[in-house]
Each structure stands twice: as C-alpha cells, then as structure tokens.
Design a protein around this ligand. Structure first.
Ligand code: ZN
Length: 258
C-alpha cells in the first residue's frame, strides 16, 4: 500500500514522502529543505531508500546534501543530468523502474520546464508526481523547452488513467484557477474545483492530489480544444490561428504576466 505525505517546503513548494506501508521503506520526492523531511521520517519511523528529484532547480534538490549527511541513499537523475543533481548515484531514462520496498516508480520523461524533467509514476497505485510540469490547473514555465515540447510532455501525463492522483511541485492552485476562470468562466467543473480549492486553502490544507480527469476538465493548458477558451483568447488576440501549439503558447504567454 502506498502512503503519500506532502511536506511543505520553503514558501510554496512540496516535498513528498512516499511510503510503502508493507515494508516501511520510503522515497523522498523533491527534497528542498531537509529539517521538515527528517522530522517526518522520524515521526513515521520509515527507512528512506532513495531521493527522487523531478528536476534540478534549487527548490527541488536544495536539501540533498544535508540529507545525504544523515542517510546514504540512492539519488536519481535523468540521463545526462548527473552534474545538476547533488549527490546523484544513478541516471535513469524513460520507462525505467525504481523499487521502493514493494512499490515501483516508473520514470516518465517530460522536458520543457527543464531539459531533464521527469515524473515518477506508480502504475499499480495510480499516483504520479509531476514536479513543475503539470500543476493543479497550470503548467511550469518554459525555461528550457518550447511550447510544442511542453504540450507533448503534458499530453503524456494526460494519457495516464483518469483516476491517477496528481501531486505537483508547488501550491499554486488558487491563482492558477483564477487565471483559468478568466478563459473559461462558464466551465462548471472549473468553478466547482475553485470552490473546493478555496475551502481547502481557508483551512490551510494542501490542494493536492488532483486527478488526471480533473485536470483534463479544468486545466487551461490541457484545454486548447475548448471553444470558450479559444473565443476568449481571440477576444484578446484576433489574429490567433487554429494551431493547437499556437493556442497553447498564447495561454502560456498570458499566464506569464497574470
Ligand atoms: Zn522548477
């Protein structure tokens, strides 16, 4: 059985402790700040076997060196990214499987935010960790890839089973949904999601997990086909064409200044 513990990091990041409750072995996704992660490990009495960073940005790997001073564990990186991931012991590629006790994390390569960004997908348990590529109702900035690359990465995630639970790298959901509502004010699923997120944030609770089904219904970066979204984009830019990549790029550009 999988148990996922979101651990708030820095200002609005999440690390995740992923526990195999049968063996009490665990992995840590995106360890930025070590103290809260170590406290959670202690409290739950689990044995961490791996650090699983989604990408090399400081707010996802900043805790590696401090962590490795306390626990020697495997540290994964996408192929060719070893130099960017502190403490890397093993490079992995698309489709590689990483055991955590009885759990298996499958690597999905999803570049664009960075060239070496990966997701960790647990197919048996229907859980995916998407870092800064797919957020709740949003997507990451295009630091090291173009709109077409990001679209392809998001489509890979969107093709996972509908019930897959989505855990992302930042708590950006409320603002992302406010942006999404400007483009699709009549999307009922989006309005309901926004109400749920407001209620969670009012209690100081995380808005993860989402699901792939909810993201397909609400995330403007997966909704380039929506007539309402397209009509609102054309109100802003009457010259916008019909090419999905162009539509996606327009949404990304608008979000950059939202
Ligand atoms: Zn990042």
């Amino acid at each position: 059985m999988i148990e996922v513990v979101p651990i708030p990091q820095l200002r609005d990041n999440y690390a995740y402790l992923v526990i195999d409750s049968d063996t009490k072995k665990a992995g840590v996704i995106d360890c930025a700040e070590v103290a809260p992660v170590l406290a959670e490990i202690d409290r739950r009495q689990v044995e961490v076997v791996a650090l699983l960073p989604t990408h090399h940005h400081y707010d996802h790997v900043g805790g590696h060196e401090d962590f490795l001073r306390v626990h020697r564990v495997e540290v994964f990186a996408y192929a060719g990214q070893r130099q960017r991931i502190p403490g890397c012991t093993r490079e992995v590629q698309e489709g590689d499987e990483i055991p955590i006790g009885h759990l298996v994390a499958r690597v999905i390569f999803i570049p664009a935010h960075t060239t070496g960004h990966v997701a960790y997908y647990f197919p048996e348990e229907h859980v995916v960790f998407t870092g800064d590529t797919l957020f709740v109702a949003g997507c990451g900035r295009l630091f090291e890839g173009d709109a077409a690359t990001m679209m392809a990465s998001l489509q890979k995630l969107a093709s996972l089973p509908d019930e897959t639970q989505v855990y992302c790298g930042h708590e950006y959901s409320q603002k992302n949904l406010e942006f999404a509502l400007q483009l699709e004010p009549h999307n009922a699923a989006l309005r309901q999601k926004y109400e749920r997120v407001l209620a969670l944030r009012a209690q100081g609770l995380p808005t993860v997990p989402s699901t792939i089904a909810e993201e397909k219904a609400t995330n403007p970066f997966l909704r380039w086909h929506s007539a309402e979204l397209q009509a609102n984009l054309r109100r802003i830019d009457p010259n916008l064409g019909n090419d999905p990549v162009e539509i996606f790029a327009k949404v990304r550009a608008l979000k950059d200044t939202f």
